[in-house]
Design a protein around this ligand. Structure first.
Ligand code: NAD
Length: 373
């Protein structure tokens, strides 16, 4: 059953089921592809209803990480981990440390980070058992909160998109509708506001919007049901996945879709439909890669300046995808996929699998032989 699921969801290199009865740990680590480097991807803690649901989630998410890293030009592979459990009830230091010990046994083939249901503190518990973790606090040499970098990357993606679609090099006076004023949406709003854009924003959290309106009086608050219908140059989904679907597509009134939310297209065909309607889509995993870039810099020895510099490259990455799409007359989501797959394929010719930090081969056997002499 599991091998069938693996084949169906991406033909992963390795899937590790982790079980520690004493700490209550039940986790799955999925390594999708390591042709470009170690598999990096966050750790989710979710009270999955079934083990199959957890397995499908980790397989799907780890494959997504392969494409995100490849399209962003990073030397990273795709991986992800899930803990089956309620993050509000089942978290303990021992639980995360026991997972950390298993991650350590992979010798760097998989590197973890924060995701839904996990925090900096959880990463720091993992860090007690393994160096193969990112997203730890600045005090411990980590990169801290990735959201400002994700927002900066999304802004770079918006700039590339308006240049391509509208031949504009500035968002000044441009109408930009942001769905979701959370960690990324809030930071994006700040950047857009400073750049002089006319920002329309919605969130289901009215308190959050009240605070933002006090801070940025010129923004326009929009009802969450209306935000996708707002006439604008750029629609920036920064809340939920699958917002571009059969129901929403007919009433979009934007020229560009460029936001942070993961998996904005409900399915591949919705990308084709956006293209047919003349709306330029900045592929989500290309422009929301600032957070991944930030943790990648952590592996090199963290510097905020270096992370910002590298995140600015999202502009060039996005432009390269748009150019490829134009050259081949294909939708941009197809171009991003082709770009990522070609990069993986070409590097696979050099090395197909990253095997982690190799120990001296058979050193224990050599030791035995010496003793026998
Ligand atoms: P968040 O939880 O901080 O913010 C999401 C916001 O969306 C919340 O304020 C929530 O109230 C609001 N929201 C929920 N439903 C809504 C609706 N129907 N209409 C309007 N607003 C709604 O999350 P985040 O970290 O800002 O991430 C936003 C999106 O970007 C997610 O899809 C996430 O997966 C993706 N993303 C985030 C990062 C990162 O660095 N945080 C990196 C890559 C991708």
């Amino acid at each position: 059953m599991s091998f069938e699921l693996i084949k169906k969801h991406g033909d992963h290199e390795e899937v590790l089921f982790v079980n520690n009865k004493k700490t209550g740990l039940k986790a799955i680590i999925a390594i999708h592809n390591t042709a470009l480097g170690p598999a990096l991807g966050g750790l989710r803690m979710v009270d999955y209803k079934t083990e199959e649901e957890a397995l499908i989630d980790v397989l799907r998410l780890s494959k997504g990480m392969t494409y995100k890293a490849a399209a962003s030009g990073l030397n990273l592979g795709g991986g992800k981990a899930v803990i089956i459990g309620d993050p509000k009830k089942h978290k303990t230091e021992a639980l995360f440390r026991s997972l950390g010990a298993f991650i350590n046994s992979l010798q760097g083939r998989y590197i973890t980070a924060e995701d839904v249901g996990t925090t900096v503190q959880d990463m720091e518990h993992i860090f007690m058992e393994t160096p193969y973790v990112t997203g730890i606090s600045r005090a411990l040499g980590g990169s801290g909160n990735p959201s400002p970098h994700t927002a900066q990357g999304v802004f770079m993606g918006i700039k590339a998109a308006i240049e391509m679609q509208l031949q504009e090099d500035s968002v000044k006076d441009m109408r930009i509708a942001v769905q979701g004023a959370g960690s990324v949406g809030g930071h994006l709003l700040e950047i857009l506001y400073k750049e002089g854009a006319k920002v329309f924003i919605s969130d289901i959290d009215t308190e959050k919007l009240k605070t933002l309106k006090e801070k940025y009086p010129n923004i326009t608050i929009v009802d969450p049901k209306e935000i996708l219908k707002t006439p604008c140059e750029v629609l920036a989904p920064c809340a939920l996945g699958a917002v571009i679907n059969d129901e929403t597509l007919p009433y979009l009134q934007c020229k560009v879709v460029a936001g942070a939310a993961n998996n904005q297209l409900e399915s591949f065909k919705h990308g084709v439909q956006l293209h047919d309607r003349g709306i330029l889509y900045a592929p989500d995993y290309v422009i929301n890669s600032g957070g991944l870039i930030n943790v990648f810099v952590e592996l090199e020895g963290y510097s905020y300046e270096r992370a910002s510099e590298k995140t600015a490259q999202v502009y060039d990455n996005t432009k390269a995808i748009f150019s490829l799409a134009k050259e081949k007359s294909i939708p941009s989501h197809q171009a991003a996929l082709d770009f990522a797959e070609n990069r993986i394929k070409s590097i696979s010719a050099i090395r197909e699998t990253y095997h982690g930090r190799l120990l001296r081969p058979f050193s224990h056997l050599i030791g035995m032989k010496n003793r026998q002499k």
